[in-house]
Write a protein of this length. Sequence first.
Length: 124
Amino acid sequence: MIDCPGNLGLIVVNAIVASDEVIACVKPGWKELRALTRMEAKIDEIRDTFEVTGAAAELSNILIVDCPTTRNQGAVYDDSQQQAKEAYEDLVLPTVRRSPRTPRRTPHKRCSASTIRQLRTRRS
């Protein structure tokens, strides 16, 4: 797996040449979803150009990220996400939703028995 920046520069082109599959991560905005067609065209161009070297990259999945958690936070995003699902059907992975909640962190140091009792008391 190669994590690349969100452009079609030299680093991304080299990563596509070295890959068999590409997962495009996009936000649910109109501009970002329109960029998928450019990405598909670029992958096809790279595959055709570097075919003699064994390049065989294909757009295997689309991951829509940073979506609002409720429709009233972004009805436009929901509509564009729905259009992406209609256009790309099975390629669209489950959406990664934006969440205001942060995961609870657990302390990495050892706690004494009294500290553990205090933590348990607070949770109750």
